[in-house]
Design a protein around this ligand. Structure first.
Ligand code: FE2
Length: 366
């Protein structure tokens, strides 16, 4: 299938129980700047919204203001999580109509929202579970984010106290889907959005003694948008993907990988901000140089911070994973730095999944 022209991920919208407090978390722990607000004060009656930025990344945090909000049941079903991954397109109506023609389910018909700053166009299609993809275009919009939003009150979040941790862009966003559904969703991205399959990992690559998963990565024509899709695989005990599906109440976004140009600096800053990361045993570092060859970073520093390294024929990459960011064992983040490698850290899967299983053991969900 040919591509529907997609420029980039415009923003990621989270639906959360308390957007005001989530904004505080992503600002003070992840170093985002809070740039815009929508709510009662901006004549938005049904929800509160905060727009956060760091590098090219835009997060939108939305909370319902009453049970009359059409999405309010989401909070009970899913807890806090990603509701929409918005894609910037040159023509919203054309993208939407083409997607529908190819079999996508509509979530929101094309609309041109207008205010004194211009016209913001949006439409949405349904993806896995309750997750949607919006098509948006702001070529004719000069406001801070979208109609209804206004720049944040400088008294409320002072710019001088923002402390970015070095995030530049979204590298990839991973979905967990039900057992047997991975290929269906790979097919969906191919048929509806013209994505191609980049790599695939089967249970032999990534099973540990207990739990297993399978994964395929789809990407758009330019390679700028990458969505790995996981499904649980049969194993002795419960897969981390099953745990996610149970606690999220269905398929959804498992993790968002954010790129940094200096992972040591970024992770050090996040740890100072009290962000918790997964830990692998120190033995991982004893054999690291053997596995990945020479690297520029100081091994001791990587070991201190718990940063993982993997190499392929194009170079290497460094990565680390946070623990879940809310109460449910659902959404977490990856911090990633690429030194040539375009891969996803296959060599770290085993050590990583054993670390996740230790957490599952503590939660009684293994
Ligand atoms: Fe990842």
């Amino acid at each position: 299938m040919t591509d529907i022209p997609l420029r980039k991920i415009d923003h990621v919208r989270f639906f959360v129980g308390n957007a005001r407090q989530s904004a505080f978390f992503y600002r003070n722990a992840f170093g985002f700047e809070v740039v815009a607000y929508a709510g009662l004060e901006t004549k938005v009656r049904h929800e509160a919204g905060y727009v956060l930025k760091q590098g090219d990344i835009t997060f939108v945090l939305t909370s319902p203001l009453s049970d009359q909000h059409p999405e309010s049941k989401r909070l009970v079903t899913h807890g806090d999580g990603v509701m929409d991954v918005a894609l910037d397109v040159p023509d919203v109506r054309a993208a939407f109509e083409e997607a529908i023609k190819r079999g996508a389910k509509p979530a929101r018909a094309p609309e041109a929202l207008e205010d004194e700053h211009g016209v913001y166009e949006t439409a949405s299609i349904q993806a896995y579970g309750d997750t949607t993809h919006s098509f948006i275009n702001r070529d004719r919009y000069r406001g801070v984010f979208a109609p209804g939003y206004r720049p944040i009150d400088p008294e409320r979040y002072q710019e001088k106290t923002a402390r970015p941790v070095g995030f530049a862009a979204i590298d990839h966003m991973v979905a967990n889907v039900e057992e047997g559904k991975m290929n269906e969703w790979v097919g969906w991205y191919n048929k509806i959005l013209g994505f191609n399959q980049l790599v695939s990992f089967d249970d032999k690559d990534i099973s540990t003694e207990y739990s297993a998963l399978m994964s395929k990565v789809v990407q758009n024509g330019t390679g700028r948008i990458k969505f790995p899709i996981n499904e649980p695989a049969k194993a002795k005990r419960r897969s981390q993907i099953d745990e996610y599906l149970q606690y999220y109440g269905g398929p959804g976004i498992q993790h968002i990988a954010l790129i940094t140009g200096d992972i040591i600096k970024t992770v050090r800053a996040m740890r100072a901000n009290d962000v918790s990361f997964l830990r692998v045993p120190m033995t991982y570092y004893e054999t690291l140089t053997e596995r990945v060859g020479p690297i520029r970073e100081d091994l001791k520093e990587l070991a201190d911070l718990g940063i993982l390294v993997d190499r392929d024929d194009e170079g290497y990459m460094l990565q680390i994973f946070t623990k879940p960011v809310a109460d449910r064992p659902t959404l977490f983040f990856e911090v990633i730095q690429r030194r040539g490698s375009k891969s996803f850290g296959k060599g770290n899967f085993k050590a990583l999944f054993e670390a996740i299983e230790r957490e599952q053991e503590l939660r009684g969900t293994l």
